[in-house]
Design a protein around this ligand. Sequence first.
Ligand code: CP3
Length: 355
Amino acid sequence: MTTLKNDTFLKALMREPTDYTPVWMMRQAGRYLPEYRESRKTAGSFLQLCKNPDFATEVTMQPLDRYPLLDASILFSDILTVPDAMGLGLYFEEGEGPKFERTLQQEADIKKLEVPDMAKLQYVFDAVSQIRKTLDGRVPLIGFSGSPWTLATYMVEGKGGTDFLTIKKMAYARPDLLHHILETTAQTVILYLNAQIAAGAQAVMIFDSWGGALSHNAYQEFSLGYMQKIVNGLTKTAEGKKVPSIVFTKGGALWLEAQANIGADALGLDWTVSIGEARQRVGDKVALQGNMDPAILLSTPEAIEKEVATILASYGKGHGHVFNLGHGITQWTPPENAAAFLSAVREHSKQYHVA
Ligand code: CP3
């Protein structure tokens, strides 16, 4: 494998010294880019982009080619490829988000759920190897998965939820059934992430997008505990290098202390928390990734620069910060505002890394 030319992101995740604060954007390959919309049209659909390694590689590279200041790339795929491989039948209806043909609500269906053969996800691992080749050491490649809880919300509800009443009812009335779903999914995610690492992923991120919908105790029992299991089961080194892990519970800033104890190298932060306070709360246990509101990218370069400066000042001097948005970049973002964001991070962050 070629040597990595820019390892700033990996170093920051391990809280090692860097010359500036590395940055990437969640959902950096996506609809805000005209070149992405063009590729999706050629491929026919979003799922075709994910399932064809040539297309997945092409769209993964688009933000990197447009923005030389990005310090990391992320596999182009979706968290819902996992429940799809588990037999639930993923599909997208134009403008409506993801849905499943089958749901896990009946006891008999839940008991039949099994860890799928990873061969069903070979297209993802092929995409990872092809992206690594194409990157040629420019920046590291992040692999990812959904958390068991977040994947289970889609598997039980059949679609993205807002109130999650079906799965929450199961959590309270039949916790045994939900634990079976979560345990099977956690074992699947361990195999899935380790196969991504074997194919070339240099860091991994677990997206717990709906963990913040849980009550205090339910978060520990139904989400965090399973993420801890996954982190424990991850391959720790590949190609002679540590493979750092990032855990991100959207809406989960109340539980940062608990998250810092599960063995992950870094925690993702949404925009609801002051990153400086978060840093004090987690101490030197983990690095932090975040946490600018993606809606700021809809404003002006001046407002963006001001917010970047505020977040950097809040984190303060020293290492262990990966700049990012607090959630995915929205499709309404003007591409030139993303450029302004990346330049602001590079320019303003240097002063916090002088010895
Ligand atoms: O960050 C990246 O650039 C990598 C690609 C990536 C996608 N989805 C591509 C995508 C990643 C890391 C994801 C993760 C994902 N997918 C999550 C966790 C992160 C989060 O946003 O909370 C979740 C919950 C999903 C499920 C999902 N996929 C939803 C809810 C939607 C519809 C909402 C939307 O933004 O359209 C998707 C579709 C999706 N995944 C798109 C992309 C680029 C848009 C598809 C399109 O082209 O129309």
